[in-house]
Write a new protein. Structure first.
Length: 781
């Protein structure tokens, strides 16, 4: 009993000395977290070749252009649909593989089947568009930049598709009821338009907005929201033939263009339908292109596809309970307080209140339990120095075992160092066997008390970030086993493992280390960890076949098979910063950043809305220091000045932009769910949810099933009446999504999902036969 009283009074005394004790600390803390967050994400794909513009006089307007107008003089046959079945695969015609990305990346985000055909300057043979007079092979056709090349002289830019090939494509469209999309086209009479000029020079902005979504209502795009066209060369136009052209996107006035102008039209030319964009696409860097792609995807598919659209916003906060050495001012440290965290609880509710219907945003936290014990260690040092050492020592020894785990600074290995199995030196003490700490011990930390309170805890999601944050590249099996098992024991003891959103099968690896250390991976697996997050700035941690797939470790590359690495984005909010001045300085010093906090947020807005609009589900990396609210200043976002932590300012910047341009729900998933496909509970669940593998892994699994959708066409009524889904062998280990623009006559007992203003998605479990759905309202062709 007496030890308990002394113990508690010691806490008070020691809490006063904590700050000074911390800065004088000889302990390693998280100094080994260096590589995280420094590098700007780089595309894995090759760069798109630049096609130089040539100047020309077109329709009496002097312009510079590197695309062509639609080839004129192509005979368009009458539109009489004769098809009975049309595969939904999208045919993409592009100049080269690199630029074809702007045609397929959005489809890949949905997992809509597509096929790229590269058309070189010398031309190409078209694939077989139909396999019989009534059976079509492609559900839509996309042409980038008219696949045009500069043939020189008076020819200038011309399509590498011959007039005869275009006539074949048009004939196919009309016989099979298929729509065509033409990206980056010069306006001309063939699209019912004429060009007003070309735009824009470097640094000149001309905003673009969607002016009419009535022909693609399932896109969920908002009209009238201006988005940047900087770096996207374009040709403002006017409509000269309104009998064939309807505007759907518009340019705002800009230097040289005093009025609004047309940015794209939907043509109906004798029944043949095409959507034409007078602007280039660059989905690899432009948020605007990633937004606009949903217009053509929904128009071309008529909102009827095998595939799925979801925005998952997952903000992971690493290093909870650790203290971070701050980049600037150099020599300072920062640790989050309950007051900072409490404000984030309030704030999350305000975010959810402003998000679109069906949304559910929450922050996920990666915990390091040793930080909880370290607080007590400082208390103990302070106490033992000043009072009865013997009694104090005895007391702490009982409640906190041998104290926190401490070791000297670790030497950084090369980033992708592959440890020879069985090598390395144990840093953990040889006597560190069973988790030794008592609840009395963990309760000495106000931060722990806050997190253990269910009303706080259950607002967030939680995952392990390992016990001490030991660098795992060169770590031993002995150490890593303890890093996982002690943190698991701590998470259980403090109650975080009982949170409503906890991920027991995952970790955030410390500084994303250990991923080529077979001993570490084996220790993870032996302790129930099967999925971790990676770092998208490191190509070795990305799946090179498909950016929507996770990387599964192999013995060759990683030293151990079968651990799933889910991709994760870095941001320019650095792990070792608690205030904007710090992260701006680090951005400038390490990542070629230019400008102030607002310039940084503008970069974050473009980069990360691009990822979300590209339907990437990768979580985003943050750290505990980024949640500093108490000493934060106000940030102005969309004209409103509010006191925000850096995480809050980042999230507000990104989600306010998202809800400005789309009406989709934004949904957070916890760590295991990003990996494990467990969809949120909002959907209509008609059948018990199947046991499915991971969201990333099941995406990879279902892509391997070769899903193919066919439109069932009634040639008499000229309508699509339904769809038939097939997969290889008509089996699949996971469910396949079929999205429809309205309702179907029967969902056949499959699980369905329809959140907020989303269209209906049916998750089909294949069982040996094709599955057909009949649309409640047929779609007119
Ligand atoms: C066309 O030229 C413009 C202006 O130079 C450039 O910005 C754009 O990237 C070029 N397009 C392609 C596909 O190279
Ligand atoms: C249109 O096609 C016809 C027949 O192929 C040809 O004689 C004529 O010159 C073409 N006109 C243009 C403007 O290309
Ligand atoms: C494709 O459809 C056209 C009619 O548009 C028909 O003439 C042609 O024979 C069909 N091709 C095949 C391979 O059946
Ligand atoms: C509009 O386009 C249609 C179809 O190409 C054409 O028949 C008609 O003459 C055009 N009208 C004008 C005013 O150019
Ligand atoms: C930060 O301080 C440490 C020692 O306190 C020193 O070694 C380091 O050079 C300083 N860094 C900068 C950028 O001033
Ligand atoms: C890994 O650890 C071993 C043993 O402690 C050491 O000899 C080696 O230099 C370390 N390798 C790296 C790359 O740090
Ligand atoms: C950042 O760069 C500035 C200017 O080059 C330099 O003075 C400063 O020491 C750097 N700060 C840190 C923390 O490295």
């Amino acid at each position: 009993m007496i030890s308990k009283v002394v113990f508690q009074s010691a806490v008070l005394a020691a809490s006063i000395s904590f700050i000074t004790a911390a800065s004088a600390s000889p302990q390693a803390k998280i100094s080994n977290a260096k590589p995280e967050a420094i590098v700007i994400p780089s595309a894995v794909r090759g760069p798109v070749p630049v096609v130089q513009t040539v100047s020309a006089e077109i329709n009496n307007v002097a312009v510079n252009s590197n695309t062509s107008a639609i080839t004129s003089n192509v005979t368009t046959p009458a539109a009489v649909v004769a098809a009975t079945t049309v595969k939904s695969t999208v045919l993409i015609l592009a100049r080269d593989t690199a630029s074809s990305y702007s045609g397929y990346s959005g489809l890949n985000g949905y997992a809509i089947p597509y096929q790229v055909v590269v058309v070189p300057q010398a031309g190409v043979t078209l694939p077989n568009l139909n396999s019989s007079a009534t059976s079509g092979n492609y559900g839509a056709i996309v042409i980038l930049s008219e696949v045009s090349y500069d043939y020189g002289g008076t020819l200038g830019f011309q399509s590498a598709l011959t007039s005869a090939q275009l006539a074949t494509l048009y004939q196919y469209q009309n016989t099979f009821g298929v729509r065509m999309v033409r990206l980056d086209v010069f306006p001309s009479a063939d699209s019912g338009t004429t060009a007003l000029g070309d735009c824009c020079g470097d640094g000149v902005e001309q905003l673009l907005s969607i002016s009419d979504t009535t022909k693609f209502p399932t896109s969920g795009l908002k009209t009238g929201a201006g988005v940047s066209t900087q770096g996207l060369y374009h040709y403002p136009a006017t409509i000269t033939n309104s009998s064939i052209a309807t505007e759907f996107i518009q340019f705002a006035p800009a230097a040289g263009f005093s009025t609004t102008s047309t940015a794209g039209v939907i043509n109906n030319i004798g029944g043949r339908q095409q959507m034409v964009f007078f602007i280039g696409f660059a989905t690899d860097w432009s948020a605007t292109s990633n937004l606009l792609q949903h217009a053509w995807i929904h128009w071309a598919t008529r909102g009827l596809y095998t595939g799925f659209r979801r925005v998952n916003l997952n903000t992971q906060v690493d290093d909870m309970f650790l203290e971070s050495d701050i980049y600037s001012p150099n020599g300072t440290t920062f640790q989050i307080t309950p007051a900072d965290l409490a404000q984030h609880v309030t704030w999350m509710a305000t975010v959810n209140a402003k998000l679109n219907a069906g949304s559910n945003y929450f922050v996920e936290v990666g915990h390091n339990g040793n930080g909880n014990i370290e607080v007590i260690d400082f208390d103990w040092i302070g106490y033992s120095k000043n009072t009865h050492v013997t009694l104090g020592f005895h007391c702490w020894h009982l409640e906190c075992g041998s104290g926190p785990i401490e070791y000297g600074d670790q030497i950084d290995t090369p980033l992708e160092f592959q440890k020879p199995l069985g090598t390395g030196t144990n840093l953990w003490p040889a006597n560190a066997l069973l988790y030794p700490y008592t609840t009395v011990c963990t309760n000495l930390d106000a931060l722990k008390i806050w997190w253990a309170t269910p009303a706080n805890r259950d607002v967030f999601a939680h995952v392990s970030h390992t016990f001490t944050h030991e660098d795992e590249n060169n770590a031993t099996y002995y150490d890593v086993t303890r890093e996982i098992s002690w943190n698991a024991a701590w998470l259980s003891q403090v109650g975080i493992a009982s949170a409503s959103k906890f991920s027991p099968k995952g970790i955030i690896p410390p500084a994303i280390t250990g991923l080529h250390n077979g001993d570490a991976l084996r220790a993870w697996k032996d302790n129930g960890i099967v999925n971790v997050v990676g770092d998208n700035t490191r190509p070795a941690l990305l799946n090179t076949q498909n950016e929507h797939w996770p990387l599964i470790t192999t013995v060759t590359a990683n030293g151990y098979d079968g651990i799933q690495i889910t991709p994760r984005w870095a941001t320019n909010i650095y792990y070792n910063c608690n205030l904007p001045d710090c992260t701006v300085l680090e951005w400038i010093n390490t990542s070629a950043g230019k400008g102030d906090w607002y310039a940084l947020l503008a970069v974050e807005k473009n980069t990360n809305t691009r990822h979300l609009l590209g339907l990437h589900h990768d979580p985003f990396m943050f750290h505990q220091a980024n949640l500093n609210y108490q000493t934060a200043s106000e940030t102005v976002i969309n004209g409103v000045s509010t006191k925000y932590s850096m995480l809050q300012a980042w999230v507000e910047t990104v989600v306010q932009e998202m809800i400005r341009v789309v009406n989709w729900p934004i949904i957070s998933l916890k760590h295991d769910d990003v990996s494990n496909l467990r969809l949120p509970l909002h959907g209509h669940i008609l059948t018990p949810r199947p046991q499915i593998a991971t969201a990333f892994a099941s995406r990879m699994a279902r892509d391997a099933c070769g899903a193919s959708l066919a439109f069932n066409v009634d040639p008499t009524a000229q309508t699509i009446t339904g769809v038939t889904l097939t997969t290889t062998g008509n089996t699949c280990s996971t469910t396949i999504p079929v999205t429809v623009p309205g309702a179907v006559t029967s969902t056949q007992g499959f699980r369905t999902e329809q959140i907020g203003s989303d269209p209906l998605t049916i998750w089909v479990q294949m069982s040996g036969l094709p599955v057909t759905f009949t649309l409640s309202t047929p779609i007119s062709l």
